[in-house]
Write a protein that binds this ligand. Structure first.
Ligand code: AMP
Length: 115
């Protein structure tokens, strides 16, 4: 069940500020307030979906495609095409703390040494 009072819903309504990276009709991308990588950005859809299960089950197909294009645009805007990770925490067990579907985009020099 989607909660309209979650922090990302408030950001979408302009009730809480964010440091915007990329925006279009489908997505908003902004810097994570508590970065865990040199570059740490969140991409969220402009729609009421709690997580990746809800999103892939219930969002129209063209909206889902537009979302992933927005992720791509965000990566291009950040200039991290050659070194980034996407993470979509799902469910409380994963540590998902905001129940509005979001994709983390993280880029850091140390990623190269980790694998
Ligand atoms: P998750 O743990 O996957 O649900 O990710 C939620 C993310 O949202 C965390 O990395 C938080 O640091 C981030 N976050 C929470 N509130 C804000 C906010 N007001 N602006 C930007 N990022 C936020």
């Amino acid at each position: 069940m989607y909660d309209n009072d979650n922090v990302f819903a408030k950001i979408l309504r302009g009730q809480i500020p964010c440091k915007e990276v990329y925006s279009d009709d489908t997505v908003l991308a902004f810097y994570d307030v508590a970065p865990r990588a040199k570059v740490h950005v969140l991409v969220i859809p402009r729609g009421e979906y709690t997580d990746i299960f809800d999103f892939t089950q219930n969002a129209p197909a063209d909206f889902q495609i537009a979302f992933w294009k927005g992720v791509r645009k965000t990566v291009e805007t950040l200039g991290v095409r050659d070194n980034f990770r996407t993470v979509a925490n799902t469910g409380r067990g994963s540590g998902q703390s905001v129940m509005h579907f979001h994709v983390h985009i993280m880029s850091d020099d140390r990623f190269r040494e980790e694998f």
